[in-house]
Design a protein around this ligand. Structure first.
Ligand SMILES: [Zn+2]
Length: 206
């Protein structure tokens, strides 16, 4: 196990990441670099909670990538990317805020399920999928899309806008369809920028 400490920008608070499992130098470097980049952007939001956190990053050659209760990030080491790590860190950030960040974004963008029960009964039926208000979605929509994924994708797209642009286009959701050329210009990009600015102002030493 290795321990990686991150100081949250503009505060004395730190988050601790315990990296365990298949820890190899190149993977560890990828994970720590991505964590640092994530908090360089989202530090004010994380610091606004006023608490220090300890996260476990579990690296394994099998299983899916997910954020699990108990501040745990499970990552599959095969084809692991900065994008995937950032996406799971975004879930962790939302979870730390009691999932309020994704709920705020859902309300702000006017998104949501029309008939949630029918969506779960018929997940393949596009007509019941999560409706993306204030488009474009960060990188498209599928049957698993919901407010939590919308927020995690928004944070990830905000940090990696070029990659987000490429992914959106690939899935038939090019930003240009809605008159945008860059994720930061989109309603979701603006929402997240405002969230960061608001917290930056609130952080006393920021
Ligand atoms: Zn996710």
């Amino acid at each position: 196990m290795t321990v990686h400490l991150v100081r949250l920008g503009g505060s004395i608070l730190r988050h601790e990441f315990r990296i365990e499992g298949m820890v190899q130098p190149s993977l560890e470097a990828l994970v720590t670099r991505t964590i640092d980049r994530f908090y360089a952007v989202t530090g004010p939001l994380a610091a606004s909670l006023g608490v220090e956190k300890v996260y476990t990053v579990h690296l394994e050659q099998k299983g899916g990538n997910n954020y699990a209760p108990g501040n745990r990030l499970n990552l599959n080491t095969l084809n692991l990317t900065e994008w995937t790590i950032t996406h799971e860190l975004a879930h962790a950030l939302d979870a730390a805020h009691g999932w309020r960040l994704s709920q705020q974004m859902r309300a702000h963008t006017g998104s949501g399920f029309l008939f949630k029960a029918l969506h779960y009964a018929r997940p393949a039926w596009k007509v019941f999928w999560y409706r993306v208000g204030s488009p474009p979605p960060p990188c498209g929509v599928d049957k698993n899309f919901n407010s939590l994924e919308d927020f995690a994708e928004t944070v990830t797209a905000y940090i990696f806008p070029a990659e987000a642009h490429r992914r959106a286009e690939q899935r038939g959701y090019a930003y240009e369809k809605w008159g945008y050329t860059h994720f930061h210009e989109t309603p979701r990009g603006q929402f997240f920028a405002n969230l960061l600015n608001r917290e930056a102002i609130k952080t006393p030493s920021g």
